[in-house]
Design a protein around this ligand. Sequence first.
Ligand code: SF4
Length: 288
Amino acid sequence: MDIIREFDPWHDPLCTCPSKLSFNPYTGCAYRCIYCYVTSYVPRAFECRIKKNLLKRVARDLKRVDKRRVISMSNSSDPYPPIEAKLKLTRACLELFSREGCRIQVITKSDLVARDVDILLHLPSVVSLTITTLKRNLSRKLELRAPTPKRRLEAMKKLSDAGVPVSLRLDPIIPGLNDGEIERIVEAAAASGAEHVTSSTFKPRPDGWRRVQRAFPEVATKLAPLYFRLGKRHRNSWYLSRALRFGLMKRVREACDASGLAFASCREGLRELTTGESCDGSHLISNH
Ligand code: SF4
């Protein structure tokens, strides 16, 4: 099976991502974010596994893909799990991508990405760091094993100072948990060199909802009617009402405007708020 595949989020008409390819150097993810939707389709999703013959398979796939297209890594795992510090498999893939003249989007919650600044500097690329809260304790409950928000911001600054374009994924916003921090998170990312923000509201699937219920029972009790009575179901996910989602995304957009950052929402159907040239920040690659 191909290891570099078409990025296709379930043919979702709400996805506005430019056409791109998707690549996961690891299978499964050790970070165990409670809101993660990957658990709904990846078996043993919270166990990070190595792929057999990874580099051989990447080299084989690079012979057939159009190298002008962006390769996004990763969409169903994190390309910088803790074992990457020792194994350096993602680093080896980046070296290969660099030699082959590829264009790369890195999406991660790990500051380990800054280790690879030497390669990223010479590889047309953008790094998107996800930050959902600046509060260490909340982050520990939301994203159990992921590096702290402070470390992610430091990585963002290190990369942008070196000249690698960076963007922020403020994603997802869960009302009652992190919506009070929207403006502070955008300001912190702007101060760390981010040029673009992609944001979205929490769109629970049954397994993610159960994890949120277990971790934050009081918040879940307040959220349940907002999703399951006043919200709507889209494909396999539940959405807040359009009015609530518009209000939250408008706040992110206004915070971006105040800090001079471009903005786009992800799978919200709110194109009217977009100021970025792409929703996913991949337009920054060409500025590299
Ligand atoms: S880092 Fe991403 S893939 Fe990994 S558990 Fe968190 S949301 Fe899921």
